[in-house]
Design a protein. Structure first.
Lengths: 311, 262
């Protein structure tokens, strides 16, 4: 446990060399990776979403690819397509893999892609495989999709349907840095142009081993019940929430809490893990009703109220 | 896993012992207090076993049902959530759970049983029970219950004296209090206790169910006169038929027959 903790600490340290602040974002990305899941990052432009993901890919020796989603992006642009290859006078169809064939896929501004393209990517996320023509290709493991979306400039976008948003384990909210952090960012990037090198912290096998460890982290029965109570509570508050979270949220919350415990160097899940992870787990899984929106409540406010109700 | 099971068993065993001891001590104290109170009033002292026994059973039941692991976790924040987690996953065996169990077993060495015993409280209770035991012995030795009754009588006599009430000879304060001024109304007319012309010398005491053997005498042998007093004889009512003359009897008979017919 302590060895793992040391590795995570050195990962934070290395990320910190490139990304100033955003420790919580980095931690949640790491939790997503440990849960073998996908995350949706939401934040305004210029908050180092892409930089953080790219840096983490480098630290983990993972193949990284980036897809900039646009309305004219086709599913085959992501999954890949067959091309005609001519070898020794013969013409053959050869599969040219798309950017989805990587370990970490950054789908930038996923809400700008058409629903058809979005669903092609979401299928890959869920099944960890891609079907092109009549052939199915297994994706390399580990495989994560970290999608970003911009909360502003919603014109001409295709917001993810709830059913598809549910496939992301976490919705990570990327906030603005503090004043001091911003000063540090300015110092770091306005005067220096040298790209800092980072050390390799994990390899693929270590990541997969840690993914196994996450599932082995024990959780007390009363905490398990707490998870279910929190998720069930989202379905019992019609005065606040129009649509609550599904049992997939319960599974996700337990898993994410286990991963957080491991990241924090603990060999058990604590109540704090559950309460902290409830926000990114439930954020995109609940829909506030008109009354709550009229009051100016955010989903985080609703989650806070739900957590306070569950003892 | 076996070692950890043993640790859990030990925790439960130790807590049950502490609860058993505390329940017994509390029940014993209750028994002593109620025993003293009942002895002062010279009431059935064995009845004090009932509330003490009830308290013991309820306290023990509540204590055994308590979640001991939470008590340990509260006392030792180091073990917070870990003990429960390990207990709930006792059958699970993997590197993470095993490391949790071994961590707990290591940290359990810091747990001291004495930290769960309120020594101050137990000392006070033990001291109190010793004092109460001595009180019971002394009260039996000096017949305090009898003395208290006398003292109460004297006090009431004194109070009545101050109030200017007449005190009847031979009537104790308590007796007076119980039946003061209302003897006749309670026990009815004294004439009921009359036999013939003679008043029977009978006294009904209002309070006190004890029999003083000194006052019990052989019943007085009384000689009754052979003839009953006059009052006992009842003059037979005169029957009007007897006064009707023989020659008129037929006439009367005819009269009554006529009446019956009509």
């Amino acid at each position: 446990m302590m060895k793992n903790k040391e590795m995570f600490d050195s990962l934070y340290k290395e990320v910190g060399k490139i990304v100033v602040g955003q420790k919580s974002v980095v931690e949640q990305i790491l939790i997503t990776i440990l849960c073998d899941a996908n995350a949706l990052l939401e934040g305004y432009p210029g908050l180092a979403k892409t930089l953080a993901i790219r840096t983490m890919a480098k630290l983990m020796d993972l193949k990284f690819s980036r897809i900039q989603n646009t309305p004219d992006l086709m599913p085959s642009d992501i999954t890949g397509t067959y091309i005609i290859e001519e070898t020794s006078g013969k013409r053959n169809f050869k599969f040219q893999p798309g950017p989805i064939f990587a370990n970490i896929v950054l789908a930038d501004e996923i809400n700008r892609a058409t629903p058809k393209t979005q669903s092609a990517m979401l299928e890959a996320m869920q099944e960890k495989q891609v079907t092109v023509g009549n052939k199915t290709f297994q994706l390399d493991r580990p495989f994560f999709v970290l999608a970003t979306q911009n909360p502003i400039e919603q014109e001409g976008t295709y917001p993810l349907p709830e059913a598809q948003a549910d496939r992301f384990l976490l919705k990570i909210r990327v906030g603005y840095p503090t004043y001091d952090e911003e000063v540090e960012i300015v110092d770091k990037y306005a005067f220096q142009s040298i790209e800092k090198k980072v050390k390799l912290i994990f390899n693929k096998n270590e990541i997969m081993h840690m993914q196994d460890l996450v599932r082995q982290v024990p959780i007390a029965n009363d905490l398990k019940k707490r998870v279910v109570s929190i998720v069930a509570e989202t379905r019992k508050n019609p005065n606040l929430i129009e649509y609550g979270a599904s049992p997939r949220a319960s599974i996700g919350l337990v898993l994410a809490s286990k991963a957080r415990a491991l990241v924090k160097g603990r060999n058990y899940v604590s109540k704090d893990d559950i309460d902290t992870m409830a926000y990114p787990i439930l954020r995109h899984r609940i829909i506030l009703n008109f009354e709550a929106e009229r009051k100016g409540m955010s989903t985080d406010d609703a989650i806070k109220e739900i957590i306070s109700k569950v003892r | 896993m076996k070692k950890f099971k043993k640790v859990l068993k030990e925790i439960n065993f130790t807590f049950n012992n502490i609860i058993l001891f505390n329940s017994f001590l509390n029940a014993f104290l209750i028994f002593l207090v109620i025993y003293i109170i009942l002895s002062l009033f010279n009431f059935y002292q064995t009845y004090s076993l009932v509330p003490a026994g009830l308290h013991f059973i309820i306290n023990l039941y509540k204590g055994v049902r308590e979640k001991h692991l939470i008590t340990v976790e509260k006392k030792y924040p180091l073990l917070n959530e870990r003990l429960r987690t390990a207990r709930d996953n006792i059958r699970m065996e993997n590197p993470v759970v095993d490391s949790l169990k071994s961590d707990i077993m290591r940290d359990m060495k810091r747990v001291e049983v004495s930290s769960f015993i309120n020594q101050k409280n137990i000392s006070y209770k033990t001291l109190l029970s010793i004092i109460l035991c001595f009180l019971i012995i002394f009260s039996a030795q000096f017949d305090i219950s009898h003395n208290i009754k006398n003292a109460a009588d004297n006090t009431l006599d004194f109070i009545y004296g101050l109030a200017g009430n007449n005190t009847n000879e031979g009537e104790s304060g308590l007796e007076r209090m119980a039946g003061s001024g209302a003897t006749e109304s309670i026990f009815g007319n004294a004439q009921i206790a009359q036999m013939g012309d003679e008043n029977i010398d009978m006294v009904i005491k209002q309070s006190g169910y004890e029999i003083n053997l000194d006052e019990v005498k052989e019943p007085e042998r009384r000689e009754f006169e052979e003839l009953f007093p006059d009052e006992v004889f009842v003059a037979t009512a005169d029957v009007y038929e007897e006064e009707i003359k023989e020659e008129q009897q037929e006439l009367v008979k005819a009269y009554f027959l006529k009446l019956a017919e009509s």
